[in-house]
Design a protein around this ligand. Structure first.
Ligand SMILES: [Zn+2]
Length: 68
């Protein structure tokens, strides 16, 4: 499963309103260097407080263990 393209198009980083790109189990904002987790493979969690630093997400190979 993946985030629907239509959804990806309208999603933006809540912090800077920049586009986010899908990276494994995250949507990444490269401007803020934040990675927003995608829960259950297709539900993006766009809360700044839930975001991980992009570097950490990259180290974990863009995997997280968060679930709905
Ligand atoms: Zn951003």
């Amino acid at each position: 499963m993946a985030v629907a393209n239509e959804l990806l198009k309208i999603l933006a980083c809540p912090k800077c309103k920049n586009d986010v790109v899908e990276h494994g189990m995250f949507l990444a904002c490269e401007k803020c260097e934040l990675a927003y987790p995608v829960l259950d493979g297709d539900v993006p969690d766009m809360l700044i407080e839930d975001a991980l630093p992009l570097e950490k997400a990259k180290k974990d190979k863009f995997k997280h263990t968060l679930k709905l």
